[in-house]
Design a protein around this ligand. Structure first.
Ligand code: FES
Ligand code: FES
Length: 163
């Protein structure tokens, strides 16, 4: 019999508590319990980055994390970036710069990029490549993704300058 216990956390800014099996992965909790299917299941083995979410602002692989390991923490998924349906500059840049094709890797790419831009609003190209080194894309060849992150960084710094 699988033991269950209460998990309390903040998901995209909202406090939740759920009765969760002790051995449930964060990825399954997000997709099946919380119904946040933006986070993708790719390799399921810590190798593709499709399941990247933010835990207390830092990127983490939801397929390699037990749900109970994030108890009391703030978890962010791609759904949390545009709560009212208005895309962030980063999401818009992925759209405009063709950084997404089939879209399967995109939530993970976006969350890994989001973590980078919060820490380093104007990253170099090498810093972007390093931040996204754990995220695999089978469609774009990566150039458009890197250009999208660069474009978002310059759009955000332009916004800051105007404020
Ligand atoms: S599904 Fe988590 S790294 Fe691939
Ligand atoms: S856009 Fe298809 S895997 Fe990246």
């Amino acid at each position: 019999m699988t033991l269950k216990s209460i998990l309390r956390l903040t998901l995209n800014g909202r406090a939740r508590e759920d009765l969760v099996p002790d051995n449930m992965l964060l990825l399954d909790y997000l997709r099946e319990t919380a119904n946040h299917t933006g986070t993708k299941q790719g390799c399921d083995g810590g190798e593709c980055g499709a399941c990247t979410v933010l835990v207390d602002g830092r990127p983490r692989l939801a397929c390699s994390t037990l749900a109970h390991q994030v108890a009391g923490k703030a978890v962010e998924t791609v759904e949390g970036l545009a709560p009212k349906g208005r895309l962030t500059a980063l999401q818009q840049a992925f759209h405009e710069k063709l950084g997404t094709q089939c879209g399967f890797c995109t939530p993970g790419m976006i969350m890994a990029s989001e973590a980078l831009l919060r820490k380093k609003p104007k990253p170099s190209r090498d810093e972007i490549k390093t931040a996204l080194a754990g995220n695999i894309c089978r469609c774009t060849g990566y150039v458009k993704i890197i250009e999208a992150v660069e474009s978002a960084a310059s759009a955000c710094s332009g916004q800051e300058a105007a404020e």
